[in-house]
Design a protein around this ligand. Sequence first.
Ligand SMILES: *[C@@H]1O[C@H](CO)[C@@H](O)[C@H](O)[C@H]1NC(C)=O
Ligand SMILES: *[C@@H]1O[C@H](CO)[C@@H](O)[C@H](O)[C@H]1NC(C)=O
Ligand SMILES: *[C@@H]1O[C@H](CO)[C@@H](O)[C@H](O)[C@H]1NC(C)=O
Ligand SMILES: *[C@@H]1O[C@H](CO)[C@@H](O)[C@H](O)[C@H]1NC(C)=O
Ligand SMILES: *[C@@H]1O[C@H](CO)[C@@H](O)[C@H](O)[C@H]1NC(C)=O
Length: 364
Amino acid sequence: MKLMGMCSMRGWKGVQCRKLFVFATILFAASIVYFYINFSMKTTTEVVNDNMLEEGYYAYERAAQESGGVRVIRFNKTSNDVIVFVHIQKTAGTTFEKFLVRYQQNLPCKCQAHKKRCNCGRNASNETWLFSRYSTGWVCGLHADFTELVVNSCVQRVLDKQAGHKKKRNYFYTTFLRNPTDRFISEFRHVQRGATWISSKHVCNGRPASVNDLPTCFDPRIGWEGVSLEEFISCPYNLAFNRQTRMLSNLSLVGCYEHLRRPSYEQDKIMMESAKENLRNMAFFGIKERMDDSQYFFEATFDMKFSRKMSVWGKSKSNDTVLTASQLAYIRNVNKLDWELYEYALQLFNERLSQLHRKKRRLR
Ligand SMILES: *[C@@H]1O[C@H](CO)[C@@H](O)[C@H](O)[C@H]1NC(C)=O
Ligand SMILES: *[C@@H]1O[C@H](CO)[C@@H](O)[C@H](O)[C@H]1NC(C)=O
Ligand SMILES: *[C@@H]1O[C@H](CO)[C@@H](O)[C@H](O)[C@H]1NC(C)=O
Ligand SMILES: *[C@@H]1O[C@H](CO)[C@@H](O)[C@H](O)[C@H]1NC(C)=O
Ligand SMILES: *[C@@H]1O[C@H](CO)[C@@H](O)[C@H](O)[C@H]1NC(C)=O
């Protein structure tokens, strides 16, 4: 109670002053408690009233509970439902995105020859039902992650802007995952050939990451072409490490990119749990090693059909990089989080797949 030293007057006035100070302190604390309770109650009611529409993202878990464990996703082609694809580098995402705009037959996009992007507008409103590279383009930044798309509400903002007014939509998030070691090597080879993704914004907590938040591994004016594997894996800020976990987690929970400077077990754990939760809430996720099953999973979930097989299309064209056992062990180790996420994802994938098969058998 050092502050009471303000009442340094002696005698009667000093006592009054101290009493007044105590009274004011209590009043202040009480009003904080009151506002806190009142406010948090208000926000809860709001969430309960609108969550189905505003946070369509969370609709599936609830739907799953309501139908006795079987997930029901009703993608309504004519209403405000939008599929959003979270494209993690080197996971067959490009193949999937091409299929969505080119070979999907139930809600076909209008594509023109020699144009990368297609119009996936709905017939009636011309508003897009697909948020992806070949429909909307990288409007939330190159390879925007969960934090940029969802936590920072970029999808909502961009689609509202295109529609010209605010609107409630149901978002159906989708992504693809891949064996983390293979993905890492594939990213390394891509960077070695000259890719950098330097223009990714990495928005978190409402602003793009600065060079201070996120140092680069190379001189941006020169790039990283021709980098050796040794150099690639020894840069601590290399975003290739555990990319899948990071891109699927809510980075606001871990102070954005702080974990790259000061790795911590606690933050890793929070990021891991967040990525798993977000994955569970996705309407669909594919696995690069399971293309046929992924195609079935998507088609059965959204009641859409592709006219070709993704497994035939998605074959990797480049030769494998030959690595020593110790290099492989090292790569596995620096992608520990991604390995945990991938193993979790495989299990979830199998569960969802057998649910879909069971549902189909019941319908027959
Ligand atoms: C889809 O949405 C439209 C427009 O909101 C509605 O009229 C229709 O009944 C919905 N269809 C289903 C199957 O829910
Ligand atoms: C949209 O219109 C096109 C041509 O007018 C038609 O072929 C297609 O079936 C329509 N799609 C839907 C979902 O109504
Ligand atoms: C629909 O939107 C696309 C691009 O967003 C535009 O090129 C096209 O002219 C629009 N069509 C109509 C009928 O408004
Ligand atoms: C992400 O984390 C922040 C910080 O805890 C939280 O306020 C926000 O609601 C979370 N957003 C999502 C979509 O999980
Ligand atoms: C891949 O390996 C085959 C056989 O060793 C070789 O003929 C081909 O040129 C290689 N392709 C590339 C892109 O390196």
